[in-house]
Design a protein around this ligand. Structure first.
Ligand code: FMN
Length: 300
């Protein structure tokens, strides 16, 4: 055998992440601040929770996993996300008081899409959106937990944007082409993501980010990134390469499972502290200032 072939996008993404290196700029640097503005609101960190679905109760605990990590998001004053849920579960998340963006699935049942978005707005969501990377499956259109998905056109996405006064977020953007379409239909943020490796050989979000950043210059669209974000160094690299914020994903699950909201608070708190340390060591006093001037991509 000549060489080992790797189609798993999670592994490709991890390898690319680890090829990105950081230089130091210590003289005249100060302790950095991780405060971040997002949709006109100030948050304490650009680290966000992931849009997760169906995290039920762990053991004999009182609250669902979705509520537990949402409580951590509120306590940390960071932006919270939730994925595929029915309205009653979404209500529980909102009742934690976390500022939450609801990511609705691209259901074939168009009425359900509209209902969930309207419900989210009425319940007090911070934003709404859709994960477009769950439209297709290997048998054609995807079926998620028994529910059929549907193709989504630019016109449909524009309809969702116009349905609400909340910021609309498109999750699962992995190309300049889709990013520009999101800007054109009036989305206020995109999440650059391959949804933990749905697409074989998916380009690492970190690799496509600089091109997307360039394409969206002056378009008033925030860029969030996820997939394989597990440390402050990962968040720093994301911000340096063009993101405004980054979401942890499965990296948060062991802390959630072990110690509920407190575990997530500890984990994301640690990620934020490491981000602040690296910002301080590279001469960026604020999140807004971070650019790619301290970044090296190792060849090979
Ligand atoms: C248990 C679980 C449930 C998820 N549910 C959703 C969902 O309902 N909607 C969505 O957009 N993404 C969902 N995701 C994907 C995450 O939001 C995120 O894109 C992904 O986990 C990032 O990759 P990472 O885990 O490698 O960080 C889910 C992921 C996991 C592990």
């Amino acid at each position: 055998m000549g060489y080992e072939r790797i189609s798993d996008a999670n592994e490709i993404t991890a390898r690319y992440m680890d090829s990105i290196l950081i230089e130091e700029r210590l003289i005249d640097s100060v302790v950095a601040s991780t405060k971040t503005e997002f949709f006109g609101t100030e948050f304490d960190s650009p680290v966000m929770t992931p849009a997760f679905s169906h995290l039920g109760k762990y053991g004999d605990r009182q609250l669902t996993g979705l509520e537990e990590y949402s409580i951590a998001a509120k306590e940390l004053n960071i932006l919270n996300f939730v994925g595929m849920t029915e309205n009653d579960w979404f209500r529980k998340v909102i009742d934690t008081g976390a500022k939450t963006v609801r990511i609705v699935k691209p259901y074939a049942d168009h009425g359900k899409v509209i209902d969930q978005m309207k419900y989210a707005e009425a319940a007090g969501a911070f934003g709404i959106g859709m994960d477009i990377d769950h439209i297709f499956g290997e048998n054609g259109l995807d079926v998620v937990i028994g529910e059929e998905m549907a193709e989504q056109t630019s016109e449909m996405l524009r309809e969702y944007v116009e349905l609400t006064s909340l910021p609309f977020v498109v999750k699962g953007v992995l190309s300049v082409a889709d990013a520009v379409k999101c800007a054109d239909i009036g989305a206020k943020a995109i999440i650059v993501s391959h949804h933990h490796g749905r697409l074989p050989y998916a380009v690492p979000p970190m690799m496509v980010l600089p091109k997307i950043k360039e394409a969206l210059k002056g378009r008033d669209v925030k860029i969030i990134v996820d997939c394989g974000i597990a440390s402050g160094a990962d968040v720093y690299k994301a911000l340096a390469l063009g993101a405004d914020a980054a979401a942890v994903g499965r990296s948060m699950l062991p802390s959630l499972e072990a110690d509920a909201a407190e575990g997530v608070r500890g984990f994301i708190g640690h990620v934020t502290n490491e981000l602040r340390f690296i910002m301080s060591c590279t001469g960026f006093a604020t999140v807004r200032e971070i650019d790619d001037s301290c970044i090296y991509v190792k060849a090979g």
